[in-house]
Write a protein that binds this ligand. Structure first.
Ligand SMILES: [Mn+2]
Length: 446
């Protein structure tokens, strides 16, 4: 009997920067069992691409016929390797199966099927979630970094610690970075008479995993954040962090300030996060105040604020008594933020306070109207920005400011109600940030 082979149906070959990969080309809707992402040589990439182009999808060919598509001995060796590693799978002859057959397996066939799983190499892998299906090993020529910071400071925001894992899984359902790298994703954010822009195209993104994955204490998290930021700064890699609650911004900004003492913080938030409590605190309601006290942040611009009634005025008392700290704060209400969005010249005037200082942008998702995010934030406030206003604001900030790093915090998959068909706005926000930071590159002033 002549054996015939077919490529695993989901197998795709892709490129990311200088590197070549085999990966699962139908991440969306694929079962848990999938083709693992595997770094390969340019030659393997070339042979797989050629086989996919020549052999109709799902068709099985004899080995000699597949090898005849190769240019030389080295390429034919790749075909052998694909068989050995299970990427080219043997297709059994179907004669006599199907019609009139009772469902179920004979004891012999069941035993053979069990043995088959033990013997399988490439076919059956559990999918370890990474942002947009990025490879685990990452690239040396990466232009922008992503990392999760899965920590929360209070019971009310505990669910935010699960956001990085949730976002990675969600992202894999919507796009695969190998395809984003090749084709991009288009957006009309910022369009004012032109054509849509492509985001992510040609951008080499790397998922560094979670910061402080082994941290047991806040001190551990500070140390892990410093180590991660030192490494990113050494590589001159701008970064997008996903919290976690808003307290994770404290160790991150604290670490960046060591490298950029003039660092300016831009905060998009419903709450001012200025509760001094008893001095510095790892608390998501005291992010801004702790950044002033502990990290010695010299300038903080906040937008989208809308506390309409709060009796806890001690913090304001502290600020009033320390004009030096008060002068570092530039707070803008939701209404003021909307006016700035509508008037680029006025926004430019406000951002002039930043000058050429390197910036850290922190996006607390409760800056959004709660319904826009299906209530999935820890401490929803009243009506706020719509997604499109947030996109346009982020776009304006990315275009104007030398941003070293940013975070997206307070997404809480435990709260609110997930829509039946989850919309990808939060992924669009991440893409906007990733693309913006990658295109700007490392700010000279940083
Ligand atoms: Mn906040």
């Amino acid at each position: 009997m002549v054996m015939r082979y077919r490529l695993l149906p989901a197998l795709a070959a892709g490129r990311l920067g200088r590197a070549h990969y085999l990966y699962d080309g139908q991440a969306r809707g694929a079962p848990v069992v999938f083709v693992p992402t595997q770094k390969v040589t340019e030659r393997v990439h070339r042979v797989v691409t050629r086989l996919k182009a020549a052999v109709p999808a799902g068709a099985a060919w004899e080995l000699e016929r597949l090898e005849a598509l190769c240019d030389d001995e080295a390429e034919r060796r790749v075909v052998q390797l694909l068989v050995e590693r299970g990427y080219l799978e043997e297709v059994k002859d179907d004669a006599g199966r199907g019609e009139g057959r009772e469902p179920g397996l004979s004891p012999e066939a069941a035993a053979a099927a069990r043995d088959g799983f033990a013997a399988t190499d490439a076919k059956h892998f559990f999918n370890v979630a990474r942002l947009f299906g990025l490879p685990a090993q990452g690239e040396d020529d990466a232009q922008v970094a992503f990392a999760g910071v899965p920590f929360a400071s209070l019971p009310i925001s505990a669910g935010a610690a699960e956001a990085p894992a949730y976002l990675r899984r969600l992202s894999q359902r919507w796009a695969n970075w190998f395809e984003v790298f090749t084709r991009g994703v288009y957006t009309e954010v910022g369009m004012d008479g032109g054509l849509p822009r492509l985001l992510g195209r040609g951008v080499v993104l790397r998922d560094f995993g979670d910061v402080g994955a082994a941290a047991r204490t806040v001190g551990d998290l500070f140390a892990a954040a410093q180590q991660a930021v030192d490494e990113l700064v050494r590589r001159r890699l701008p970064a997008v962090f996903a919290g976690g609650d808003h307290a994770v911004t404290i160790p991150l900004v604290n670490a960046y300030v060591r490298h950029a003492p003039q660092l300016c913080v831009i905060q998009l938030d419903a709450h001012n996060d200025l509760f001094f409590l008893d001095g510095a605190a790892f608390n998501h309601a005291a992010t801004a105040s702790t950044l002033l006290l502990l990290a010695d942040v010299r300038r903080l611009l906040a937008f989208g604020l809308r506390t309409d009634f709060d009796a806890r005025t001690e913090a304001l008392g502290h600020l009033a008594a320390s004009p030096e700290y008060a002068s570092r704060l530039h707070l803008h209400s939701l209404g003021a933020t909307r006016r700035l969005l509508a008037d680029p010249a006025a926004l430019e005037k406000v951002l002039a306070a930043v000058g050429e200082r390197p910036c850290y942008l922190t996006v607390d998702l409760d800056v959004l109207t709660p319904a826009a995010i299906h209530g999935r934030v820890s401490t929803p406030a009243g009506a706020g920005l719509e997604w499109w206003e947030l996109f346009e604001l982020v776009e304006a900030l990315l275009a104007r400011l030398p941003i070293l790093a940013c975070d997206v915090v307070e997404f809480n998959p435990h709260n609110g109600v997930a829509a039946d068909n989850e919309r990808p706005e939060i992924l669009a926000l991440l893409l906007l940030l990733i693309d913006g930071l990658a295109r700007r590159g490392w700010p000279a002033a940083g």
